[in-house]
Design a protein around this ligand. Structure first.
Ligand code: M6R
Length: 623
């Protein structure tokens, strides 16, 4: 789970690689390295820690050369250390390799290469690749790399340079993402398009077992039998500055604020008016498929799973298809019976999450039709699915997912309503109401964003507390789960989410003045029961932040001072966060936003490194 980048041209490769690594930092940031070639000499720079250390190192001692490769690491084999950082070198120091993925048979290769006289310096799986290329190198780097990857089992995207072949950059992939950026008199490689978008808007998306020989003048793509392959360039649809912070303090905050526009992009071409039918292109399903489905299973990891849990409700209630949702890792273990006419909907921002990809493959093997709800175009999950509904969120850089969650929920809601139209499973008036509510969500979210200062005031009152409990019922239970995940990921506050219906079965024992409770109380069938839960918490001196609709009169703000004894507050919550009223089934789209802002501002007040939370990586490409 790392990021790779490479450059060949006439500019300083280290600057271009460094800029690319900055944009790949979300893939891991425990160490980084860059290798360049100048005047036939290969030089490597490696640093521990995030890329600020690399920036300082390059400023103090520039690294010169017009060809180079770079890597930002998230440790899998071997602890973060200089030795284990990429690029890894051959014994003679002439060949350098960067790698994202896992070489499964590295131990046996390492043993064999050691017996053949190769000396290893790291504990990594990647170093075997450098030695293998050295073993096979006979003046033709491409041939050597082909032979090397034929020996490898596992997943890899590899960039490779050699000081004896200083005018070519090699790249190859199997099961790990790789793109080649197309320039005029220079070219690039990267783990994803965002890394090189500032340099070019055209890339080749590389497929499994394809190898690229890249010079400053051209790009040759072949298979591993050296058969030439032709490829249409893919035009990156995002503007060059889309991966920058755009004036916000953190990417996470920028991405929270991008949500209204992102929803417009997601709805475009699919839902134009409440009285018009929904259209979906390329989802790989015929109307007969949709009419015939007897079951839908949502699967994903983390935040994407919370969006899938929302999907379970809407598929069931609106499309009238029995639906379930199961974590990708659990779904594989559970090995469920898959009957005929089962649809599996796989949800993933990156489209590269290892567990999700495996769950997809397992469900396909069992005969389910698989479609995916994805952000990153042409990612592995997208390509292995029978059809894809892209969420159109644009790049999400912050490790903590925000706009991708919201857009996943929007896309899943659209899918469910589309299915309902095809299956005629929902009355027209209700469909029209739900579509109108979805069309209104960008404005609703803008109103919530305009109230950010109020949420900051709430955050100021609770940010020092060590524990939080998120409560909700029904379709907003996934919203509570997502809110608590956001808080724990970026603030390190211990936070859990529970169905409020479970309170008396255990969690109520936690209630005390030191744990703040976030309760989602939007009006709907669960409203009165949620109010009952708040009363019970208040009776036990628990401080409560309630999220409810504008104009809610039943549970008004009591104006409590959090420094005062919370048990003095008769019944009502300590703090209210209001959101625009909407349809119950659409509410998870908007309810997520104040929960994101609350988590962000609590973490900010605690001074945490919000865009790079400890121990986390944006894309989890290992199991
Ligand atoms: O790229 P994916 O959506 O498949 O990623 C799934 C999870 O790893 C991801 O949502 C994770 O939980 C995030 N850190 C959430 O903020």
């Amino acid at each position: 789970m790392c990021g790779i980048v490479g450059y060949i041209g006439s500019r300083q490769a280290s600057s271009i690689c460094f800029a690319g690594l900055r944009r790949l930092e979300y893939r891991g940031y425990d160490s980084a390295g860059i290798a360049v070639i100048k005047d036939g000499e290969l030089t490597v720079r490696k640093v521990i820690g995030n890329l600020n250390n690399m920036e300082d190192s390059l400023e103090n001692k520039p690294l010169e050369g017009a060809i180079g490769i770079g890597h930002t690491r998230w440790a899998t084999h071997g602890k973060p250390s200089v030795e284990n950082s990429h690029p890894h070198l051959s014994c003679d120091g002439k060949i350098a390799v960067v790698h994202n993925g896992i070489i499964e048979n590295y131990q046996e290769l390492r043993k064999q290469l050691t017996e053949e006289g190769h000396a290893f310096k790291s504990q990594t799986d990647t170093e075997t690749v450098a030695h293998l290329v050295e073993k096979y190198y006979n003046g033709d780097l491409r041939e050597a790399l082909i032979k090397a990857v034929k020996d490898l089992h596992g997943a890899f995207a590899i960039g490779c340079i050699c000081s004896d072949s200083p005018s070519e950059l090699l790249a190859v992939r199997r099961f790990s993402p790789l793109v080649v950026g197309i320039g005029e008199t220079e070219n690039y490689i990267a783990s994803d398009m965002g890394a090189i978008r500032a340099e070019t808007d055209k890339v080749y998306v590389i497929d499994d077992d394809e190898i690229c020989k890249i010079t400053s003048a051209g790009i040759e793509i072949t298979d591993l039998d050296s058969n030439p392959l032709t490829r249409e360039p893919y035009e990156i649809p995002w503007p060059a500055d889309a991966a920058q912070k755009g004036g916000y303090k953190k990417f996470m905050l920028k991405e929270i604020h991008e949500q209204p526009d992102a929803i417009h992009a997601c709805l475009a071409g699919r839902l134009s008016a409440a009285d018009k039918p929904i259209t979906f292109e390329n989802i790989g399903l015929t109307e007969d498929d949709i009419k015939g489905f007897k079951k839908v299973i949502f699967t994903a990891c983390g935040t994407a799973m919370h969006a899938g849990h929302v999907g379970r409700f809407v598929m069931d209630k609106v499309a009238k298809i029995p639906a379930e949702s199961d974590l990708a890792a659990e779904l594989q273990q559970r090995d469920p019976v898959v009957l005929e006419n089962t649809l599996c909907i796989v949800v993933s921002q990156s489209g590269e999450t290892a567990d999700t990809l495996e769950a997809l493959r397992a469900m396909k093997k069992k005969g389910a039709k698989v479609i995916s709800v994805i952000n990153v175009v042409d990612s592995s999950i997208a390509r292995e699915s029978d059809g894809v509904a892209y969420i159109q969120a644009g790049p999400e850089i912050s490790v903590a997912s925000t706009k991708a969650f919201t857009l996943q929920v929007v896309t899943i809601q659209l899918l469910a309503l589309y299915f309902a139209e095809v299956r005629q499973s929902c009355d027209t008036a209700e469909l029209t109401r739900l579509k109108a509510a979805i069309l209104k969500t960008p404005d609703d979210i803008k109103k919530i964003l305009d109230r950010e200062d109020d949420i900051i005031e709430v955050a100021k009152k609770f940010y020092k507390m060590p524990n939080a409990l998120y409560l909700a019922r029904g379709i907003n239970l996934p919203s509570a789960m997502e809110g608590s995940l956001k808080l724990k990921e970026i603030s390190y506050i211990h936070a859990e989410a529970y169905s409020a219906g479970e309170m008396k079965h255990g969690p109520i024992a936690l209630v005390c003045p030191e744990i703040f409770i976030v309760a989602v109380v939007c009006q709907g069938p669960t409203y009165d029961e949620m109010i009952g839960n708040i009363m019970e918490i208040k009776a036990r001196s628990g401080p409560v932040i309630a999220i409810s609709y504008d104009g809610d009169e039943k549970i008004p703000l009591t104006g409590a001072d959090p420094d005062a004894d919370p048990s003095d507050i008769a019944g009502g919550p300590n703090e209210m966060i209001y959101v625009p009223r909407t349809e119950e089934y659409v509410s998870p789209i908007t309810i997520g936003v104040p929960l994101q802002l609350l988590a962000y501002h609590i973490a900010d007040l605690r001074g945490e490194d919000i865009d790079q939370p400890r121990n986390l990586a944006k894309t989890v490409t290992v199991k």
